[in-house]
Write a protein that binds this ligand. Structure first.
Ligand code: M6R
Length: 366
C-alpha cells in the first residue's frame, strides 16, 4: 500500500502533482473566465458586505492559512487575520455578521479548529471550511465547504494536504478578487495559465530528490537550524521548520529575515545551518543582504531560489532551484524541497518518519 515507497510520507510527497491537479483543475475550466466554486454558496452580495476575514487553523493547516492571508489581503484589500485556533477561541475575538471565517483542516476533526468554527457561527459569521476529509465534523458544520482533493493522508506529518491547501488558497484569492472587482478577467486568465503549469512544475522539483538527499546527508548533524525568508517566503519557512522538528527531532526556528538582527543572529556561529528562501523578486535584495550577514558569521546557507538566478550561488553554500512561476504561487514549489530535506534527515537519523514520537495524526483533544 506504500506503492513501492519506503514510507507513506515519501509516497505522499510524490503524489503532490496529482493532488494539486485534482484540487485546481475542476475549478478552473478553460471555457469559463472565473473560478468555478459551485459548492460555495457565498454570493457576490454577501462578499461585498464582508469587512474582515479570519483564517483559523492549527499546525501545518495554519501555515497554509498564513499564505492565504498574505495573498487574499494583498490582492483583495480586505483585512485578513490569520490565527491559531487554540488562541483565537479563548480571546473573545471581534466577530460579527460581516466577518468571513475560513477554517482549514486536513482531518476536519481538530478540536480547537472545530471549537473556533462554532464560536464564529454563534456570533453570526459566515464559515467557509477548507477540508480534506469528506463528511468530517468541520465539513458538516461549516456553511460552505471547499474540499482539498488530496486523498487520504496517512503519514502523521502533513505534506500533500498542505500543497492542496495552498492550491485552495490560490483559488479563493482569485475567486474573491474577481467577485470584488479587484482582479480583471485578463489578469485572472494569465494567472490561471500559471496554475495550469503548476503540477508539471511540482514534478520538476520532485525530480531533484537525489540532490536534496545529498544535502540532507551533508547537513544531517546540524543541531540548530534556522529557516528565513521575507513575505510569502517567511510563511513557507514556518512550514519547513515544523517539518524538520516533528519528524527529524532537530531543533529549528523560522524567522522573518529582517528580524535576525534583532536578536537571533547572536546564535549564528561556525557551521550553523540556515535555510534561506528567496523566491520573491521585490524582496530579493533585502533577504540576500541578511544571508550575507549569516555568511559573515561563518553560518552555512542552503538557499531555495528560482531557476535562472545564478547570482545567489556567489552568496550561499548550496542552492536548490524551483521553476519560475508567478510570485503568488512560489510557496507551493518552494516547500517541496523542505519536505524532502526533513524526510531525508529523519530517515538518515533512523527515526520512524511516518509515526513520529509524541504526535497523533488528528488532534481531537484540546
Ligand atoms: O487535521 P488538521 O489539518 O486540522 O491538523 C492540524 C495539525 O494538527 C497538523 O497540521 C499538524 O501540525 C501536523 N503534525 C503537521 O505535519
Amino acid at each position: 500500500e506504500k506503492g513501492g515507497y519506503d514510507h507513506f510520507m515519501l509516497k505522499e510527497i510524490f503524489e503532490q502533482a496529482k493532488v494539486v491537479k485534482d484540487t485546481l483543475m475542476p475549478r478552473l475550466p478553460e471555457n469559463q473566465n472565473r473560478v468555478v466554486l459551485d459548492e460555495i454558496k457565498l454570493s457576490k452580495d454577501e462578499l461585498d458586505n464582508i469587512n474582515k476575514i479570519y483564517i483559523v487553523a492549527c499546525g501545518t493547516a495554519y501555515y497554509a492559512g498564513l499564505v492565504g492571508k498574505y495573498l487574499i489581503e494583498r490582492i483583495t484589500r480586505v483585512p485578513v487575520v490569520a490565527e491559531v485556533a487554540s488562541e483565537f477561541r479563548y480571546r473573545d475575538p471581534v466577530i460579527d455578521e460581516n466577518t468571513l471565517m475560513i477554517v482549514i483542516s486536513q482531518s476536519g476533526e481538530t478540536a480547537d479548529t472545530l471549537a473556533a468554527l462554532r464560536l464564529a457561527k454563534q456570533r453570526g459569521a459566515r464559515v467557509l471550511g477548507v477540508v480534506n476529509v469528506v463528511g468530517s465534523s468541520i465539513a458538516r458544520e461549516a456553511d460552505d465547504i471547499l474540499y482539498t482533493w488530496a486523498g487520504p493522508e496517512i503519514a502523521v506529518a502533513s505534506t500533500k494536504a498542505y500543497s492542496a491547501q495552498l492550491a485552495a488558497m490560490y483559488l479563493l484569492t482569485c475567486h474573491i478578487a474577481l467577485e470584488l472587482g479587484k482582479m480583471t478577467e485578463d489578469e485572472f486568465v494569465s494567472l490561471r495559465d500559471e496554475l495550469y503549469q503548476l503540477p508539471r512544475k511540482v514534478n520538476r522539483v520532485l525530480s531533484k530528490a537525489e540532490k536534496i538527499k545529498r544535502l540532507a546527508d551533508k547537513y544531517v548533524h546540524s543541531k540548530n537550524v534556522f529557516y528565513v525568508g521575507r513575505g510569502l517566503d517567511y510563511m513557507v519557512s514556518m512550514e519547513g521548520s515544523l517539518k524538520l522538528k516533528e519528524i527529524a527531532y532537530v531543533h529549528s526556528e523560522p524567522y522573518a529575515a529582517g528580524e535576525l538582527k534583532h536578536g537571533p543572529i547572536a546564535l549564528i556561529e561556525d557551521a550553523t545551518l540556515v535555510i534561506g528562501i528567496v523566491t520573491q523578486e521585490d524582496l530579493y535584495e533585502k533577504t540576500v543582504s541578511n544571508l550575507k550577514e549569516i555568511k559573515a558569521r561563518d553560518g552555512k546557507v542552503l538557499a531555495i531560489a528560482v531557476k535562472g538566478n545564478t547570482e545567489i550561488e556567489k552568496v550561499v553554500d548550496d542552492v536548490i532551484y524551483i521553476p519560475q512561476t508567478h510570485w503568488m504561487f512560489t510557496s507551493l514549489l518552494a516547500n517541496i524541497p523542505q519536505q524532502l530535506f526533513a524526510y531525508y534527515v529523519s530517515t538518515a537519523l533512523g527515526h520512524d518518519v511516518d509515526k513520529p514520537r509524541n504526535l497523533a495524526k488528528s488532534v481531537t483533544v484540546e
